[in-house]
Design a protein around this ligand. Structure first.
Ligand code: AMP
Ligand code: ZN
Length: 479
């Protein structure tokens, strides 16, 4: 009769659980505003190329957003790009990392920052992160707002000035050290201090007076200088998402100092809780140590693709572990992830060809329950594999499962890359695929001598080589 006259109650969204570093427990997610989520992720300091370890926080945050969107939420996202203020010792001493990078590469901080920020975003794209849904503000774009926040803190009596700049007085903030429950009586673990004129070891710079090596400087009520590293995140979260946000993510190394300092600034300024849910990912390690620029054991995404691995194989590799578990990188493990993903794609193509419609199933429900249980990705992947291997589900049910898996995992399951179609029949090993891809690249450059050389190499390795509209097609020679 009057189909549009009665307002419908918004349907309750399914429960999602996250482990909150603040409480140390798994909690049911409840946003401030029904149906929407504000989420801030600490992004990179862009003084050099980001390594594959740096991509883990990006992939984790993307998987959180996908899972919440899959449950019906609208997610607003910000990931900062640090292009000033982060010092080489991570504290209040040392040189600005971006200024140092600029000096080493004989260029300007702006050029360095731009180059590595764009490279980082391109790498995120390649590992299936939906970067078009993220705002990437740069610290230098928000200096005015950072000064305003420091001014508010000064007016509220949370600061003191020294010859080095303006400091946050942690003794004035009673809730200091809430993350990890460290409190402010003791020095936070990992914090390196040169006391200078600081009153207490945990106090930190909001504004640093200009140093001779600083290539970027601004005027402020406390003299010429630049903003402290923690201040940018509090500021950009506040300006772009509001005083109170739902989720804040980052690597576990950031929790104790950077994030406790963010809480201190934001809550001292607003008098309200800054973040409800703090989510931290564990590190990617190699040979027992964390992958890190300072240890010099870095691997870049391009190192993987140059060896013929698909960039999404890295994402698959990460998803095989829970995000709160340290994960050890190795080439054999990556090769296994790459093979598994290509098998998954091959199987997905068969299902898509077979089923035109999709249906719900018990497997799909179990997959969703795992994803919504603090992102239990290893279990979700095994539900997916189990269903694809058994004959208990109809093709329509498998398609339904693949559709939700595609939304949640970001592995391009509904539209596998072209290359898989070419090799699906033979499941060629990674070095063979690399040769075929190199041959396509040579042909595209019209380097036919190189293309012929690669054809011969493939033939010696036991493959028949044919050309198609999609490039090299391989078939294993029998006998
Ligand atoms: P940075 O450029 O060092 O400030 O790091 C940017 C982000 O990457 C931060 O959230 C770090 O916690 C994170 N990160 C750095 N190294 C690793 C690693 N080996 N594994 C996982 N996350 C990392
Ligand atoms: Zn941050």
């Amino acid at each position: 009769m009057w189909p549009f006259s009665r307002k419908k109650e918004a349907p309750a969204l399914p429960s999602v659980f996250f482990t909150n570093t603040l409480s140390g427990r798994k909690e049911r997610f409840i946003p401030h505003k029904a149906g929407t989520v504000s989420m801030y992720t600490c992004g990179p300091t862009v003084y050099s190329r980001q390594h594959i370890g740096n991509l883990r926080p990006g992939i984790v945050a993307d998987t959180i957003a996908r899972t919440l969107e899959g449950a019906g939420y609208r997610v607003r996202r910000v990931m900062n790009i640090t292009d000033v203020g982060h010092l080489t010792d991570d504290g209040d001493q040392g040189e600005d990392k971006v200024a140092k990078g600029a000096r080493l590469e004989k260029t300007t901080p702006e050029a360095i920052a731009k180059r590595y920020a764009l490279q980082f975003i391109a790498d995120l794209d390649e590992v299936g992160v939906r970067t078009e849904d993220i705002r990437f503000p740069r610290a230098t774009e928000y200096v005015k707002e950072q000064i305003a926040l420091a001014k508010t803190l000064e007016e509220k009596g949370f600061t003191y000035a020294t010859r080095d700049g303006l400091y946050f007085d942690t003794q004035k903030f009673s809730n200091y050290g809430a993350l990890g429950n460290v409190g402010h009586a003791e020095l936070l673990p990992g914090k390196r201090v040169a006391m200078g004129e600081k009153k207490s070891a945990n106090d930190f710079a909001l504004w640093r007076a200009a140093k001779p090596n600083d290539l970027q400087q601004w005027d402020s009520p406390w003299g010429t200088g630049n903003p402290g590293w923690h201040l940018e995140c509090s500021t950009m979260a506040r300006v772009l998402l509001g005083e109170q946000i739902d989720i804040h993510t980052g690597g576990e190394d950031l929790a104790m100092i950077h994030h406790n300092d963010e809480i201190a600034q934001s809550e001292a300024a607003s008098g309200r809780q800054f973040v409800r849910y703090w989510l931290h990912n564990a590190f990617l390690t190699m040979g027992g140590e964390k992958v890190s620029k300072s240890l010099g054991n870095v691997v870049y995404l391009s190192d993987l693709t140059e060896k013929g691995f698909h960039p999404l194989a890295l994402r698959y590799f990460f998803l095989q572990a829970h995000y709160r578990t340290p994960l050890s990188f190795g080439w054999d493990a990556l090769a296994a992830a790459d093979e598994a993903l290509r098998r998954l794609w091959t199987r997905a193509l068969e299902v898509i060809a077979e089923a035109k419609a999709s249906e719900g199933s018990e497997a799909r429900d179990r997959f969703l329950a795992h994803m919504r249980d603090d992102l239990a990705t290893p279990q979700a992947l095994s539900v997916l594999w189990e269903a694809l291997r058994s004959d208990e589900n109809t093709p329509e049910e498998l398609r339904g499962l693949l559709e939700v898996a595609d939304v949640h995992l970001g592995l391009s399951l509904l539209s596998p890359p072209k290359i898989v179609r070419k090799f699906a029949a033979e499941d060629a090993p990674v070095d063979i695929r690399a040769l075929a891809e190199a041959r396509d690249a040579a042909r595209a450059k019209k380097d036919f001598a190189e293309a012929d050389r690669l054809r011969e190499e493939l033939e010696t390795r036991g493959y028949r080589v044919e050309d198609s509209a999609e490039g090299t097609v391989l078939a294993k020679r029998r006998g």
